[in-house]
Design a protein around this ligand. Structure first.
Ligand code: AMP
Length: 367
């Protein structure tokens, strides 16, 4: 009988909830470490299925399917934050779910997210819970114009939010929430948007990647660029926020925090906007500009492996290919310094993320 091949981890198979491009890139990164992935997603056409060792096509509330899935994996992770709490709890009773249920609970609700950040002393826009039109009138009286009304749950890429510029907007904005519990936030006159990505291990050690600046087009991320145009001390402050949030959540895996960068008379200021308890689109540049990507960092963390050195060896721009922009991907293959990553989606739709291109060049600060 031959000896089994030693694995660097007691974890051999990772279950991934969600079958989109993030799940696909997690499975690919895990494979490089000898980890197998089983992807669980209700959608038959999930891009992550192509690269996974196993697939489960079932609803997130299908307890029989969840129980069978838990039998086949050593740990469960997820690629989206709206995993139902009951699904996470059901799985967690059978197999470790990493990041844990606290990271999910905090980030699923904008009110608990902002409250959590404020309690940590991390600045946020002023905010108030809004459940009725009366609440909205009271909240706007305190926060002032302009402001933005957002649903507390299930908002992404600008969906479920309305800007309020004057009193005439109030009723329409409230109706747009369709009765969903909401949050009013003061408008932040930011100079740019940045984000920070921290990976934290089972042992509590963490690494934080360099800080990208993010440019959106029609509410969808279009470019991430590193280095970001900000002061070194602001960059350090952003990275410290990443580590603080990861620690306070007891997070295991990658967490991303979206931040606004403000220019004030006193200098640059950071305002935290959103926590994503998962790998994030604004970290795709790490694939090409760091020795270890955010995806590998996440898989190492959830598998209980040592984390990596997150250092960046190149300057980089990540461009998202959205909808029709992915019609002629060959042109990116011919471009010097460009690395193309396609998600294998079979249908192009407007606003759909189809792939990305990383463009690297030597670090300007090392020439
Ligand atoms: P979110 O869904 O919270 O990530 O918001 C989507 C986008 O809307 C952000 O990336 C910002 O560009 C903008 N935005 C959200 N909240 C605010 C705010 N309080 N002030 C200014 N812009 C905002």
């Amino acid at each position: 009988m031959s000896d089994p091949v030693p694995s660097p981890s007691a974890v051999r198979t990772v279950g991934i909830l969600g079958g989109g491009q993030l799940g696909r890139m997690l499975a690919l990164a895990g494979a490089r470490l000898g980890l197998k992935s089983v992807v669980y997603c209700p959608d038959v056409d999930s891009p992550a299925f192509d690269v996974a060792a196993g697939r489960v096509i079932a609803a997130y509330d299908d307890e029989a399917a969840l129980a069978a899935f838990a039998e086949t994996v050593d740990v469960v992770t997820y690629e989206f934050e709206n995993v139902p709490a009951a699904t996470a709890a059901f799985l967690d009773a059978r197999v470790p779910v990493r990041p844990g249920t606290r990271s999910l609970a905090v980030s699923q609700d904008r009110l608990s997210e902002k409250t959590f950040l404020a309690e940590l002393g991390i600045p946020t826009a002023p905010f108030r819970a809004v459940d009725t039109l009366d609440h909205l009138h009271a909240a706007i009286a305190e926060i002032g114009f302009p402001a933005v009304l957002k649903t507390r749950r299930f908002g992404y890429d600008g969906k479920g939010q309305v800007k309020i510029s004057d009193p005439d907007d109030l009723e329409h904005a409230f109706e747009a929430m369709k009765g969903a519990p909401s949050i009013l936030e003061g408008w932040v006159p930011f100079r740019r948007e940045i984000s920070v990505l921290t990976a934290r291990g089972v042992d509590g050690a963490s690494i934080t990647f360099d800080v990208p600046e993010n440019e959106h087009s029609r509410h969808i991320l279009k470019f991430s660029r590193v280095p970001a145009d900000l002061r070194p001390e602001t960059r350090d402050a952003a990275m410290a926020i990443g580590a603080r949030v990861a620690d306070a959540l007891g997070h295991v895996g990658v967490v991303a925090i979206e931040l606004f960068l403000l220019e004030t008379l006193e200098g640059e200021r950071l305002i935290a906007n959103e926590i994503a308890p998962r790998v994030h689109n604004s970290g795709h540049w790490t694939e090409s500009a760091c020795l270890v990507s955010q995806f590998e960092a996440h898989m190492r963390a959830v598998a209980g492996l040592p984390l990596a050195d997150p250092r960046r060896h190149s300057d980089v721009e990540m461009e998202n290919l959205i909808g029709d922009e992915a019609r002629d991907p060959e042109r990116f293959l011919a471009e010097a310094g460009a690395s193309l990553h396609l998600y294998g989606k079979t249908e192009i739709r407007p606003g759909r993320k189809m792939g990305h291109v990383n463009r690297i060049r030597p670090r300007a600060d090392r020439r």
